[in-house]
Design a protein around this ligand. Sequence first.
Ligand code: SF4
Length: 271
Amino acid sequence: MSGFCKVHFLDYFEKKVEDTISRFGLLDKDDRVCVAVSGGKDSVVLLYLLNKFGYDVSALAIDEGIEGYRSETLDFLRVFCSSYGVPLVIKSFKDETGRDLDDMPSHGSMCNACGTFRRFMLNKYSQGFDKVATGHNLDDEAQAVLMNLFKAQLDLFDRQGPITRESDGFTRKIKPLYYLREKEILAFAFLKGFDVPFVECPFARLSFRSKVRDFINSAEVINPGVKDNIISTFLDLKISNDSPVVTGTCEVCSFPSEGNICRACRLKETF
Ligand code: SF4
């Protein structure tokens, strides 16, 4: 990245996204794509590029209900989407569950409830689209691999990788920024002049992810290439161990679930 001038860096970046899309068959040209947007740099860059590449994109934002955090990014998204002519839908935890995240019981970490409801709502409100695209990057994915290893949650590996498999009731999830590093996405957003607000969730510092991120970043300093190695090893293992996804249906909401009642509905019962 350091050897590029502005023009060549932008070109390298776009080509890497196009290569990822084509290498893993993430999109067909006539796919209707729901882009999950937070208003942060990753999802904004993703939305910009998929729109630029000519895909039929719509944006979906989830308002978790975290005071002092989400409103600034939603304001930015309204302006950004309108200037590129992309439809934007905003759904909130409050409307979905009756509560803002701030008012939910933490059960040890707010991120568990946040992630569970966000995944549930992304799937629910992307029904009818061919794919749901998220802005996960190489750093995010390396963190997720180690987090699941450290917590012995190998079943969650199924959510990782550049594309999820077809499964009844789930919109396939794709990650076109899979091979780009966080700092590269930051540089792209800066060079394109995207005035993305930098607001950190107040719960982020307390999260397990932030500890794993610090750990990997330290390891990368000592041994450059650690993040790439985590991802390539994970993909090799995943490809050689892929087996069909087995899911049933939640008795409460009728969306896919491994048990009789899905995680989102079980969490709602604790309110
Ligand atoms: Fe949600 Fe945790 Fe991310 Fe905050 S840091 S937005 S609580 S997952």
